[in-house]
Ligand binder design. Structure first.
Ligand code: ATP
Length: 603
């Protein structure tokens, strides 16, 4: 069986959770301030949560004192009625505590979820406005991680961190103030262990957090590998790579288990150590307390009250340690989130942009130069003029610049220099929305969304009725195959349309496009070989789709090229020949060679 040599290789797989992304960062005030602005819309919830925590605070501060008083007065002086009164007050206090806790947990969760939801909404809506260059430069996985994981990791801070840390500070200050007002000597004896509690809590929670982060990274690696493995299962099977995959997976699985057990090793001692420190603190308190008791400096009730106060130190100290962790994690995540939010869309409406009126469809490229990366021109001085209703075929070797022409026409990028005009208007002077609503695109790979066939066609025009969808499908000859599916137009398609053949997807995209009814159509013909039966429908569908529109076709079918009004032949980003099929064939130049080399078998 195939064995991997190095552990590092195990970790080579493309991670959803990228290892080069920091998991924690040092505190930055401006970042914290910006994060807090997301809480602004919820003053009512915040006030309610603070109100509820005040209820908890009252009980934490008052209950130990009352227990002490009950011992000193009711028990010591044998007054059962007074004891019952104390009992009733304490029960009432704990009921208040119960109610306050329920309300606080509900409100803080609501606050956390509202903030997270708002942040995620803003992030998604912003990412949707970003230009193609943004998507070109990062994998989809890393965008997903930011919208989901990074936003989620802020959840703890907003749910518990903010409200709790303020309450915890008040609790600590309150307990210390009450203790000193009752007896300063005993207060000092009680507080001796508190710095140790604090240090222990900080030290352990940092280690525990780091250990669990490692577990999460391993889990993300497994997820990423699984997702890829399942998507690429056909390739795996066809190359008989199951065994290698199994070994690879086993290593990752094992790695996850090791990290999990390590994290457990850090987490397990936390509780017992807390108890141990508490016990040490109590021992010290009672040892000194009994000494004070003998000298009649304190009473038994006071000693018991102090022991309870000592017990009440742990929760706020532990939670403050956690908040420190939550802030460090939030710094790293929010930095990445803000980085996305601050990314400006390269393509956006000019200040004076107006909607483009319904176009006739005349398209001109005027000395257009474009480079994706500086110094490497993908288009180099491209000029052409297309009359309304004409079909233009773009041909040329791979990498010649055909797709770049159509990307610029749909304004996914702006030219480095030169102009693109539609009906005499520079497309940079009109709104992007109005431009794109009139420039339809049918791409090679038809993206099928989860839903019915009906929904998928309607994507072209959400306002279309069922009848209009069916009419559009019928017009481009897609009706025949759709009717044959088990539920016709209401058949569910999902998983990137895997139920549909390449040809059927193409027909679906024609229906989608004709429903949108754009004046200008961009068509990247699919290169995949399609059975002759479907090909026949595609051919007829295409004729309907192109009729009456200005169309740019990155053409692979000789039939499309032959019927084109103009053929633009590209090479290294320049138009090297132009004309109709007949004239170009007669010229016996670049196009002739191209056809001879590439399309001979199609003729
Ligand atoms: N997103 C991108 N980032 C950087 N360079 C790119 C990008 N897209 C294309 N290019 C480069 O621009 C040049 C033109 O590419 P283009 O996609 O327009 O060619 P094409 O003629 O459509 O090729 P094909 O027929 O293979 O689709 C190529 O050198 C290509 O490597």
């Amino acid at each position: 069986m195939y064995q991997l040599e190095h552990t590092d290789e195990v970790l080579r797989s493309p991670f959803i959770y990228r290892d080069d992304e920091a998991l924690e960062k040092k505190f930055e005030l401006w970042q914290m301030r910006r994060l807090f602005t997301y809480m602004k819309p919820y003053p009512g919830i915040i006030a309610g949560a603070f109100g509820a925590t005040c209820g908890n605070l009252v009980v934490t501060l008052l209950a130990p004192y009352l227990v002490g008083r009950a011992i000193d007065t009711a028990v010591a002086e044998r007054q059962p009625l007074a004891l019952i009164h104390y009992g009733i007050v304490l029960v009432a206090l704990y009921l208040l505590n119960f109610g306050s806790s329920m309300l606080r947990i509900h409100l803080t969760n609501r606050l956390g979820q509202s903030v997270i939801q708002g942040l995620r909404r803003e992030l998604f809506s912003h990412v949707q406005t970003l230009s193609n260059d943004f998507y070109d430069s990062r994998p989809a996985g890393s965008i997903l991680v930011r919208i989901m994981n990074d936003v989620n990791s802020l959840q703890d801070l907003f749910t518990n961190g903010v409200v709790n840390s303020i309450t915890n500070l008040f609790t600590l200050i309150g307990i210390i103030a009450i203790m000193f007002s009752l007896n300063w000597q005993l207060s000092i004896a009680t507080l001796v262990v508190v710095p140790f509690m604090f240090l222990l809590s900080m030290r352990l929670t940092i280690q525990i957090r780091r250990a669990w982060q490692q577990v999460r990274i391993r889990l993300s690696r497994i997820n990423a590998h699984l997702a890829e493995g399942i998507q690429g299962m056909r390739v795996t099977e066809s190359y008989v790579r199951q065994d290698e995959n199994q070994v690879f997976f086993e290593r990752m699985n094992r790695d996850y288990m090791d990290k999990f057990l390590l994290a457990q090793r850090w987490s397990i001692p936390f509780g017992p150590l807390v108890d141990l420190t508490g016990a040490l603190g109590s021992t010290l308190l009672f040892w000194y307390g009994v000494h004070l008791l003998h000298n009649h400096v304190v009473t038994v009730g006071l000693l018991v009250a102090f022991a309870n106060y000592l017990g009440n130190f742990w929760t706020p100290i532990g939670q403050l340690g956690q908040v420190y962790n939550q802030i460090l994690v939030a710094m790293a995540s929010s930095e990445r989130i803000f980085q996305y939010l601050d990314t400006k869309a390269l393509i956006k409406d000019a200040d004076a942009a107006k909607p483009m009126p319904i176009t006739r469809g005349r398209v001109s490229f005027d000395d257009v130069v474009f480079a994706y990366e500086q110094g490497r021109r993908a288009l180099d001085g491209v000029s052409f003029d297309v009359l309304p209703g004409q079909t233009i075929a773009l041909v040329g070797h791979t990498g010649a610049g055909k797709s770049t022409v159509i990307s610029l026409l749909a304004r996914f990028y702006d030219p480095t220099s030169g102009r693109i005009l539609i009906d005499g208007q520079d497309i940079r002077d009109v709104t992007v929305e109005s431009l794109r609503s009139q420039v339809g695109m049918v791409l090679q790979e038809t993206f099928i969304f989860s839903g019915t066939i009906m929904d998928n066609i309607r994507y072209g025009n959400p306002a279309a009725t069922d009848e209009e969808v069916k009419a559009a499908a019928t017009a481009v000859y897609a009706n025949e195959f759709i009717e044959q599916l088990e539920n016709g137009y209401y058949t569910e398609v999902r998983e990137r349309g895997s139920r549909l053949s390449q040809g059927q997807r193409q027909l679906l995209s024609f229906a989608r496009a004709i429903l949108a009814n754009p004046q200008i159509l961009i068509l990247d013909e699919a290169t995949a070989s399609i059975d002759t039966y479907t090909e026949h429908f595609i051919q007829k569908g295409l004729e309907v789709l192109l009729a009456g529109r200005t169309a740019f076709v990155v053409a692979h079918r000789l039939s499309t090229i032959r019927d084109a009004d103009q053929i633009l032949v590209f090479d290294h980003g320049q138009i090297v020949e132009r004309g109709t099929h007949e004239t170009l064939m007669r010229t016996r130049g670049y196009y002739y060679d191209l056809v001879a080399a590439q399309y001979r078998f199609l003729a």
